[in-house]
Design a protein around this ligand. Structure first.
Ligand SMILES: Cc1cc2nc3c(=O)[nH]c(=O)nc-3n(C[C@H](O)[C@H](O)[C@H](O)COP(=O)(O)OP(=O)(O)OC[C@H]3O[C@@H](n4cnc5c(N)ncnc54)[C@H](O)[C@@H]3O)c2cc1C
Length: 441
C-alpha cells in the first residue's frame, strides 16, 4: 500500500463513517501514524439518505470526500480499500489492494441491512443503507410512475403506485412521510393524466407502536402526523415474504406492490478473522469491553454500530446511531493517547443527547433528556441539528438552500432517473425462498 514506516505506532482504522472519522480527527497531531481504509472514498451522512431516495437532495450534498476531511492532518494516510480479513496472529489486515500491518487496529465498519435470513425479501425488496441503494430506490420509484402511465391494467397500475415500507423506526417513518409529501405536492403536477389519489403508502410494523425507541408521546404524535398525510400504518403485522409483486404477512393481509422498502433492521458488518462465535452477540456485533477493546485482543478495538459494549444499563449495547459512534471514536482517540503515555485508559460513558425524527413538512418529534416536543418547532430543531452535523461548509449550504427552496416551492427537483434501476440477482445463485424464516418487520 506504499505507506512509509514510521517511528510512531501505526493505528489502522477501517471505516470512514461517523466513528472512524471522529477517531481520526481526535488522533490528529498526536505521535501516531494513522491509516484510514474505506471501500468508498467518501463519508456518507446516512440520516439524510431518505431525502436522496425521494428526490429532495442530490447525493453529493450528503457525501463528503474522506481525503478532504483529513487533508490537513499530519501523519495521516487514506487508502480506498475493502477489508477482506484480519490476520490476528501476524497483526495484518488483508484488503482488495493488498496487506497492511498494524500496531493497533480499529474496526469502524458500521452495519448493513438485516433481512433476518429471508432471501426472497433480500432479492426483491429495496434497502436504503448507502448512496447507490438510495439512488436505486429513487430511480425505481420514478420508473414505476412512468410505467403506471403506460399500462391499461388498473390492477397493475395500482401495484406500481403501492409502496410498502417495512419497519416503523426513524428510517421507515421518515421515508413514509417524504413519500406522502410527494404524493400530495408533486405527483399531481408531474402526472396530471394519472390518478395519483390511488397512490398508497403503507408502513408496516411488527410491534404495537412506531418509533418504539422514542417516548410514547413521540410515537403517538408521529402516527397522527403520518395518518394526516394519508399513510396507512399497520401495527402488529409481520411481513413474511415478497416475490416482487405480492407482500405476504403473518396474517391474511396481503399487499400487491411493486415496491417494498426494507427498513426493519440492521446487523454488524461481517469481519473475517473476527467472526468467531464467542466474539459476537446476536445481530453480528463485536463484543467490546469498557474501552472498546475487542474481548481477548489488546491490539484490536471496535467502535460504532459494529461494536457492542454490554454492561449494566446497556445489555444490548449502545443504540446503533451516529452519536454513540462519534462519542466512541473521540473517546478511543483519547484512550489510545493515554495508552501510549502509559496512563490508564478510562471507561467509555455514553451521553445520550436524545433522538428525533421528521415526518414531513413542519412535522417532527424530538425527545431530549428533559424536554419532549413535537410539531413545527421540533421540525426546525431537526433541521438545525442535521445541518450542524453534516460535514463540510458546501454541503451545509447546499442542503440549506435546497430545503428553503423545497419549502417555498413545495418541490423536490432531484427527481431524476439518471441510472435506471435494474435488479441484480447475480449475488444469489438461484432464486429460493427459505422455509420458516420470519423477519422482524
Ligand atoms: C437510512 C438511515 C437513517 C439513519 N438515521 C439516523 C438518524 O437520524 N440519527 C442517528 O443518530 N443515526 C441514524 N442512522 C444510523 C447512523 O447512520 C449509524 O448509526 C452510523 O452511521 C454508525 O456509524 P459507524 O461509524 O459505526 O458506521 P458508518 O457511518 O456506517 O461507517 C462505516 C464505514 O465503513 C465502511 N466499510 C464498511 N465495510 C467496509 C469494508 N469491508 N472495508 C472498508 N470499509 C468498509 C463504509 O464504507 C462506511 O464508510 C441512520 C442510518 C440509516 C441507514
Amino acid at each position: 500500500m506504499n505507506i512509509p514506516k514510521s517511528s510512531f505506532p501505526r493505528i489502522v482504522i477501517v471505516g470512514g463513517g461517523f466513528g472512524g472519522v471522529a477517531l481520526a480527527k481526535e488522533l490528529s497531531g498526536k505521535e501516531v501514524q494513522v491509516v484510514l481504509l474505506d471501500k468508498n472514498n467518501y463519508h456518507t451522512f446516512q440520516p439524510l439518505l431518505y431525502q436522496v431516495s425521494t428526490g429532495g437532495l442530490e447525493p453529493d450534498s450528503i457525501a463528503y470526500p474522506i481525503r478532504k476531511i483529513l487533508q490537513d492532518y499530519p501523519n495521516f494516510y487514506f487508502r480506498m480499500a475493502e477489508l477482506q480479513q484480519v490476520l490476528r496472529d501476524s497483526k495484518q489486515v488483508v484488503t482488495n489492494i493488498g496487506k497492511l500491518s498494524y500496531d493497533y487496529l480499529v474496526i469502524a465498519m458500521g452495519s448493513e441491512t438485516n433481512f433476518f435470513g429471508n432471501v426472497e425479501i433480500e432479492m426483491n425488496g429495496m434497502a436504503m443503507k448507502s448512496i447507490p441503494q438510495s439512488l436505486n430506490l429513487r430511480s425505481m420509484i420514478l420508473e414505476n410512475f412512468e410505467q403506471a402511465l403506460l399500462t391499461d391494467n388498473l390492477h397493475e397500475r395500482d401495484a406500481l403506485m403501492n409502496f410498502v415500507i417495512v419497519g416503523g423506526g426513524p428510517t421507515g417513518v421518515e421515508l413514509a412521510g417524504a413519500l406522502a409529501e410527494i404524493k400530495k405536492g408533486i405527483l399531481p403536477k408531474d402526472y396530471p393524466d394519472l390518478d395519483t389519489r390511488r397512490v398508497q403508502i403503507n408502513l408496516v410494523q411488527s410491534g404495537d407502536r412506531i418509533l418504539k425507541a422514542m417516548s410514547e408521546k413521540a410515537s403517538k404524535k408521529a402516527e397522527d402526523f403520518l395518518e394526516s398525510l394519508g399513510v396507512q400504518i399497520w401495527k402488529n403485522t409481520r411481513v413474511t415474504g415478497y416475490d416482487g409483486k405480492k407482500v405476504t404477512t403473518k396474517t391474511d393481509l396481503v399487499f400487491e406492490a411493486a415496491t417494498l422498502v426494507w427498513a426493519a433492521g440492521v446487523k454488524g458488518v461481517s469481519v473475517k478473522g473476527l467472526d468467531a462465535g464467542d466474539l459476537l452477540v446476536p445481530g453480528n456485533r463485536i463484543k467490546v469491553n469498557d474501552f472498546n477493546q475487542v474481548i481477548g485482543d489488546p491490539y484490536i478495538y471496535a467502535i460504532g454500530d459494529i461494536a457492542c459494549m454490554q454492561r449494566e444499563g446497556t445489555p444490548q449495547g449502545h443504540p446503533m446511531m451516529a452519536q454513540p459512534a462519534i462519542q466512541q471514536g473521540r473517546h478511543l482517540g483519547k484512550n489510545l493517547v493515554r495508552l501510549f503515555e502509559d496512563r490508564e485508559m478510562l471507561p467509555f460513558e455514553y451521553k445520550d443527547k436524545g433522538s428525533m425524527a421528521t415526518v414531513g413538512r413542519n412535522k417532527a418529534v424530538v425527545d431530549l433528556k428533559k424536554y419532549k416536543f413535537q410539531g413545527v418547532f421540533a421540525w426546525f430543531v431537526w433541521m438545525f441539528v442535521h445541518l450542524f452535523f453534516l460535514i463540510g461548509f458546501r454541503n451545509r449550504m447546499v442542503v440549506f438552500i435546497n430545503w428553503v427552496y423545497n419549502y417555498i416551492r413545495f418541490d423536490r427537483e432531484a427527481r431524476l432517473i439518471i441510472r435506471p434501476y435494474q435488479r441484480d440477482y447475480s449475488k444469489f445463485n438461484e432464486p429460493r425462498i427459505p422455509k420458516g424464516t420470519e423477519p422482524n418487520g
